[in-house]
Write a protein that binds this ligand. Structure first.
Ligand SMILES: [Ca+2]
Ligand SMILES: [Ca+2]
Ligand SMILES: [Ca+2]
Length: 350
């Protein structure tokens, strides 16, 4: 495990769906704003991740564009379970015209461990990256803004609770959240191999939509073609049409629209699959995501088993898996490998 979460607000990007993906989500209710580089971003976000499994060292990156510079603070809080460990704090400074700095705190109700010097302006996108080692004596942090180091320190206490480790991240604010667009979030633990164990640098998340039925269609559509039931637009999540199966090993694969080379100027670090799932009646069912390259014959089953236990559309949960390598080649994704990929899901016997 290295890359633990990505969110670009490109698909499944309305409040209802984001609530199904995260421990807590709030934000601009049914809308998404223009994205940082293209596509969409989200305004007014409050996003509490699920537990990403406790580790001491983390890298997080995200784009932010503050529409206004209010006196209330914005936080990115880092938790070990329910215990807050340390925080990035966006704080208004100066006199009109104001600016913001990004400061690092162990206890954001006390004094800062590091105060930023870069003056962040309103209505401007910045790409923020934080490395943090959460430890009561061997802790460390480094903040980068647009890939430039803002500050760093090591051999310090970054664990407010007194115990090392963190697993939960919370974008939030004091005194009510204020208008700021957020986009292109990544969260990376430090357990993997290069390049996925270090700052990724300015990163962009692209949404890829389903274009048709793939090489295997075994699940049952609620109506029409399978793919038309689950190719919901970013803002048109519909539980009225869906695909369903209660038969072990049934596999659906779907084709996806290609990405143009001009939209991928850098390396593809990972592909995240997302499926919104629920049971039609109470019980429990398991599935795994699946992959197939159109030039190959075999189906690659992703060993990240998912268990669905909530019944009814209201219990839908956004399940994700992150593929850092192309399951067909066993090496980093290429654009042609991605464009010729089909993805889907398979029922796993319980
Ligand atoms: Ca985006
Ligand atoms: Ca649907
Ligand atoms: Ca394709």
């Amino acid at each position: 495990m290295t890359l633990r979460m990505i969110e670009g607000f490109e698909l499944g990007a309305i409040k209802t769906e984001l609530e199904d993906k995260y421990a807590y989500y709030d934000g601009s209710t049914n809308d998404a704003e223009t994205g940082r580089l293209a596509g969409r971003s989200q305004d007014f976000i409050q996003l509490l991740t699920n537990s990403l499994t406790e580790q001491n060292e983390w890298f997080i990156g995200f784009g932010i564009r503050m529409n206004t510079l209010p006196s209330t603070k914005k936080y990115v809080d880092i938790y070990r379970g329910a215990a807050r460990q340390c925080s990035l704090v966006f704080e208004r400074k100066g006199a009109a015209p104001y600016y913001m700095t990004i400061d690092f705190y162990r206890d954001r109700d006390s004094s800062a461990l590091a105060v930023g010097t870069t003056q962040l302006a309103a209505a401007t996108w910045y790409y923020i990256e934080l490395y943090v080692k959460v430890d009561p004596s061997a802790g460390a942090y480094e903040l980068r803004i647009n890939e430039i180091q803002e500050y760093q320190a090591s051999g310090i206490n970054t664990a407010l609770s007194g115990t090392a480790g963190a697993d939960i991240f919370h974008w939030t604010g004091a005194g009510g959240i204020w208008s700021q667009l957020t986009d292109d979030i990544y969260i990376l633990d430090s357990t993997g191999t290069a390049p996925l164990n270090d700052f990724l640098g300015d990163s962009h998340i692209i949404g890829i939509t389903i274009s048709g039925n793939g090489n295997s269609i075994e699940w049952t559509a609620s109506s029409g073609a399978n793919y038309t039931c689950i190719d919901d637009a970013w803002n048109a999540y519909s539980t009225a049409d869906y695909v369903h199966s209660n038969i072990d090993n049934e596999l659906d694969l779907y084709t996806f629209n290609d990405i143009a080379a001009i939209d991928v100027p850098g390396d593809i670090r990972a592909v995240q699959l997302t499926a919104f799932c629920a049971l039609e009646t109470a019980g429990s069912r398991k599935f795994k995501f699946a992959h197939m390259n159109e030039g190959a014959t075999g189906v690659n089953i992703i060993e990240d088993e998912k268990t669905i236990s909530g019944a009814g559309a209201n219990a839908a949960k956004g399940e994700t898996t992150i593929l850092e390598i192309d399951p067909e080649t066993g090496i980093a994704w290429t654009l042609s490998g991605l464009n010729s990929s089909q993805f889907g899901f398979k029922i796993i016997p319980t």
